[in-house]
Design a protein around this ligand. Structure first.
Ligand code: NAP
Length: 289
């Protein structure tokens, strides 16, 4: 790649940033499309607002934001997309005239990843495991795409109730029902889509899963785990062992990057190119499938 006076910079801010896959996504896309853009990780130890202001003054084209700054960064923006503001989490910053505008492409990326696998949300009954930052964003996605009913199951019931109340109020209907994990036997008997959005099962604790019981997995026709390290979680293994289809979260990561890249460059990335990048991500992670 030739870096010259016309090269634009994009990057990731977070703590830590050492293991990120985002430079691979964006530098591959820029290289394949011949765009003069480089993407680098920026470790922000503290004061994310100063980091964002500095990036804008340095003419940075766009940023991704990761843990622990997805909420804190909102205070440093000149504008925020409506859904991202409702969710209270931003992972993509797009340069504007007076500052950066914030978006949440984690969630639009998850939708694109699910759609690419032919997974439907509209009119479906869906189990959502977790009530943390990621699950909360997924609850908004499911409500905004008109899921018929969402069973929001979490270890801590008050946290699940808080998310359910908030999303039900935002959408003016009682589509989300909060439940404790242990109450799975009261779920309907029909097989459903289940989205695993807890951090249980993440490497290195790869043998863990929030629910072990067979009776739970008999209710799942498709399991979607947001975790991608490992690429075959215990949750996915249990779904498959009971005859269901299972997916990991690497495509969600791919499409959150693709959507950010599209916003920065005001282009549409062809599906074939996105899948080429996905092959490189799988290679980097040693995933064969
Ligand atoms: P978070 O805010 O820390 O929430 C953690 C969730 O896991 C909570 O619901 C928590 O339940 C639950 N949990 C933790 N330990 C548990 C245990 N021992 N037993 C039962 N439940 C437990 O985390 P997050 O930001 O939402 O992230 C969740 C997962 O999504 C992570 O694994 C992350 O890697 C993944 N993610 C993937 C992508 C992607 O691009 N693929 C993007 C974003 C996130 P309590 O409320 O009861 O504590």
């Amino acid at each position: 790649m030739i870096i010259n006076g016309k090269t634009r910079t994009c990057g990731l801010i977070g703590k830590p940033v050492e293991h990120t896959m985002s430079p691979l996504i964006h530098n591959t896309l820029a290289g394949k499309l011949g765009l003069p853009l480089v993407y680098v990780p920026f470790l922000v130890e503290e004061d994310v607002e100063a980091a964002v202001r500095g990036a804008w003054h340095l003419n940075v084209l766009g940023m991704n934001v990761t843990v622990p700054y997805k909420s804190e960064v909102i205070a440093a923006l000149s504008e925020c997309d409506e859904l991202a503001a409702r969710i209270g989490a931003v992972n993509t910053l797009v340069r504007g005239n007076k500052g950066f505008k914030g978006y949440n492409t984690d969630i639009s990326g998850l939708f694109r990843a699910m759609s690419s696998e032919g997974i439907r949300i509209e009119g479906e009954e869906i189990i959502l495991l977790g009530a943390g930052g990621a699950a909360r964003a997924v609850a908004y996605l499911l409500a905004s795409h008109k899921a018929k009913k969402v069973y929001l199951m979490n270890r801590s019931l008050p946290r699940a109730e808080q998310v359910a109340d908030e999303v039900n109020t935002a959408f003016g209907r009682v589509g989300i029902q909060a439940m404790e994990l242990s109450a799975y036997s009261s779920l309907p008997e029909r097989p459903m889509l289940c989205i695993q959005a807890t951090s249980v099962g993440l490497a290195p604790e790869v043998d863990r899963v929030v629910i072990e019981e067979d009776a739970f997995y008999r209710r799942i026709h498709t399991g979607y785990d947001l975790i991608y390290r490992p690429a075959n979680t215990r949750f996915m293994q249990l779904v498959r062992a009971h005859g269901g289809k299972a997916y990991h979260g690497l495509k969600m990561l791919l499409y959150q990057g693709v959507e950010a890249f599209e916003l920065w460059n005001q282009i549409k990335v062809e599906e074939g190119l996105a899948l080429e990048v996905y092959e490189r991500m799988k290679e980097a992670m040693g995933i064969e499938e």
